[in-house]
Design a protein around this ligand. Structure first.
Ligand SMILES: NC(=O)c1ccc[n+]([C@@H]2O[C@H](COP(=O)([O-])OP(=O)(O)OC[C@H]3O[C@@H](n4cnc5c(N)ncnc54)[C@H](OP(=O)(O)O)[C@@H]3O)[C@@H](O)[C@H]2O)c1
Length: 476
């Protein structure tokens, strides 16, 4: 009798390889231990697949219901309207005025731009960070009719839960997005999600609440939108793996030593993408890809082992799904955030955006490379935080936020970002089965500790590089 067993094993970047084990080399005790181990892995995988299947069935049944209201006007509440994603959302609204209108606009400090948006899109509610900014906004939009101006967390919550809003676009940057996103879900609002930090910090709670409330969370991030599109029409139990592509950022071919001399101005000058400053720096360190792995884990209910990251410098393939018959389904397109944004706003319909399609002859070839985790410690730290789970991803995210703004303010070098995050993570004792308050507490602790570690003031009070251009937005 042939006594062999084929097991799928995965390395840390998710790459899978088949290992054939010959039981003749085993003692009977080793053989039964190996069989038990395999059984456990299979059971765990089956459980994950069943959960994923149930979740997707639910998502699709909600979305089928949604498709019956296609072609109707959708009212949007846009959190982070003055940012790179927010401005691209408004470009889509501008292009399809018969399909979208604006119920609420929420910004941070850019009152000037918000005032222009208010006059152009006439929302019912406009929100800014504090009372002083609210006063400034009031003076700037004197002529606006039926406008309520709010500020602070209560204001963001009000915008996220507005009765007249059909869809909430969550596009604030960083941890500030978590509570308004949660408020929207609690209120039963569908969410087009760009703010990845809310899933990184509290993925289980956010998705758990969405499931309970029967709310759709539709990805805006281009990689996640690609996976979402590659999953449509396929059986979830046939999924073998997902592959998130990464351009590798502007410093892919630089040596580790070269990274020492990088200034914020150089790091912000990305050759192909124009995005907000934080995500641009996260892209340079590849922390962004790590945050995206955690985002994908929660969004698609997948174990870390089934998520692979691959360098693809051309950024034409936005991500791929591998099925068990060896087929790989990919989503391709030129990098322009209006495409995933419009898909999230109009899902399952596709809007005639008029964007150019890739000229494959002109592109010539698409290339792929393996990741060098040693060169990009931030990505390695994110994978580690994901493996540890509990409150560790919230700590990673908060410490990174502090360190990124410190870099942008010329207080630390680019490589120090990863070192600071690592130091904060090493001091954290994860809280098991955390509730929202545990997560917020852990994040607040991480911010204080990161400031102490890198001797930094708090980011929002010192950050002053100004707003980014809307550009094409996108992912690195
Ligand atoms: N940019 C992209 O192409 C892209 C692609 C995929 C995913 N994402 C994700 O989308 C989110 C937004 O990214 P972005 O590039 O658009 O960022 P961004 O350009 O920096 O814009 C951030 C937005 O959040 C607001 N904001 C900042 N701090 C706030 C606070 N404490 N309270 C309330 N609002 C605050 C800003 O307001 P003010 O400017 O008025 O202060 C702005 O409207 C991030 O989570 C990012 O990872 C971005």
């Amino acid at each position: 009798m042939r006594k062999t067993c084929s097991c799928i094993t995965r390395n840390c970047t998710g790459k899978s390889y088949k290992k054939t084990v010959n039981y003749h080399q085993f003692s009977s005790q080793q053989e039964s231990r190996h069989r038990e181990e395999n059984q456990r892995t299979n059971n765990c995988r089956l459980k994950t697949e069943r959960r994923a299947l149930n979740f997707f069935n639910r998502q699709f049944s909600i979305n089928n219901r949604q498709s019956t209201i296609d072609n109707q006007m959708k009212r949007l509440s846009i959190l982070g309207s003055t940012g790179s994603v927010g401005r691209n959302v408004l470009r889509v609204v501008d292009q399809f005025p018969e399909r979208f209108s604006v119920a609420a606009l929420a910004a941070g400090r850019n009152v000037g731009l918000l005032a222009e948006q208010v006059m152009r899109f006439t929302p019912e509610v406009a929100v800014v960070l504090n009372e002083d900014l609210a006063g400034q906004l009031k003076r700037m939009v004197m002529g606006a009719r039926r406008l309520e101006i709010l500020h602070g967390l209560d204001g963001y919550r009000a915008a996220a839960t507005l009765t007249s809003a059909d869809l909430v676009v969550s596009a604030m940057v960083g941890s500030a997005g978590l509570l308004p996103t949660m408020a929207a879900i609690e209120a039963g609002k569908s969410v087009a999600l760009a703010n990845k930090e809310s899933l990184v910090m509290a993925g289980e709670l956010v998705m758990g609440t969405a499931r309970k409330k029967g709310v759709s969370i539709i990805p805006v991030d281009s990689e996640h939108s690609a996976i979402f599109q590659c999953l449509a029409g396929h059986r979830r139990q046939d999924l073998e793996q997902i592959i998130l592509t990464a351009s590798g950022g502007p410093f892919l071919d630089k040596s580790t030593e070269d990274l020492d001399g990088i200034t914020p101005e150089t790091a912000l000058c990305h050759p192909t993408w124009k995005m907000g400053p934080k995500i641009t720096i996260d892209s340079a360190t590849l922390m962004n890809k790590g945050l995206e792995v955690i985002e994908a884990k929660w969004l698609f209910d997948l174990p870390l082992e089934l998520i692979q990251v691959m360098i693809h410098p051309e950024s034409v393939i936005h991500s791929m799904v591998v099925y068990r018959d060896g087929s790989v389904i990919a989503q391709l397109g030129l990098p322009d955030m209006r495409a995933p944004i419009a898909y999230a706003l109009s899902y399952p319909e596709r809007l005639p955006l008029g964007l150019p399609v890739p000229d494959f002859v002109d592109i010539g070839s698409l290339t792929f490379r393996e990741l060098d985790l040693a060169k990009f410690p931030c990505l390695a730290l994110a994978l580690e935080a994901c493996r540890i789970g509990e409150t560790m991803p919230a700590v990673l995210s908060a410490a990174n936020e502090v360190a990124v703004y410190a870099f942008l303010n010329h207080r630390i070098g680019l490589r120090r970002i990863g070192e600071a995050v690592q130091q904060v993570m090493s001091r954290h004792e994860p809280v098991s089965d955390p509730g929202l308050s545990d997560i917020l507490e852990a994040a607040a602790w991480a911010r204080r500790t990161a400031e102490e570690v890198a001797r930094l003031p708090s980011p929002p009070t010192v950050y002053s590089l100004g707003a980014s251009e809307p550009g094409n937005g996108g992912q690195v």
